[in-house]
Design a protein around this ligand. Structure first.
Ligand SMILES: [Zn+2]
Length: 165
């Protein structure tokens, strides 16, 4: 797969990368909102395009897209860091429930969305059908500077807690 993608950075510069995920892993692009935690095989960050407190995207560092491509070491690392992040979402941010989503037909690396469930989300339904409207609602209506600041602070608190582990 060698599709060149043009990426516009937050500072207005445009760069060309073959794979956005590889560019993040290699440190060429800094994910806005910052890195939550990094392990040997995985990389976790927040996507502030969807300003939901405690939302984490956990992505493999290796250029793969499907669950069955994970090696044994990657599988162990994945479940270990996934549960650690989940525990910190509960302890630090009081997140009671999380929705997990991943799709393999992605232009990014294998990645799992961890979307904390908040009370306001239930008006969009209770299960998989509510994921997209919830994300769109966040992107369109929760993007005030104040809320984005809160989201960034939450992610820093998560990152700190994970570092102390
Ligand atoms: Zn890649």
């Amino acid at each position: 797969m060698s599709l060149i993608r043009k990426i516009t950075l937050s500072n207005g510069n445009t760069i060309e990368v073959e794979c956005l995920s590889c560019a993040i892993v290699d440190g060429i692009i800094e994910p806005e909102g910052g890195v939550v935690v990094e392990t040997e095989y995985f990389h976790a960050h927040q996507d502030v395009a969807y300003p939901i407190k405690g939302l984490v995207i956990l992505a493999s560092k290796r250029h793969i897209t499907s669950f069955d491509e994970l090696t044994r070491e990657e599988k162990l690392d994945y479940i270990d860091i996934l549960t650690k992040i989940r525990r910190k979402q509960r302890e630090v941010l009081g997140v009671e429930y999380v929705y997990y989503f991943y799709n393999e037909d992605t232009t990014h690396h294998f990645h799992t969305w961890m979307v904390p469930r908040y009370e306001w989300m239930y008006e969009f339904g209770r299960s998989v059908e509510s994921v997209r409207p919830v994300l769109l609602h966040a992107r369109e209506n929760l993007n005030s500077n104040g809320n984005i600041q809160e989201v960034k602070e939450a992610i820093h608190a998560l990152a700190r807690a994970l570092k102390e582990d």
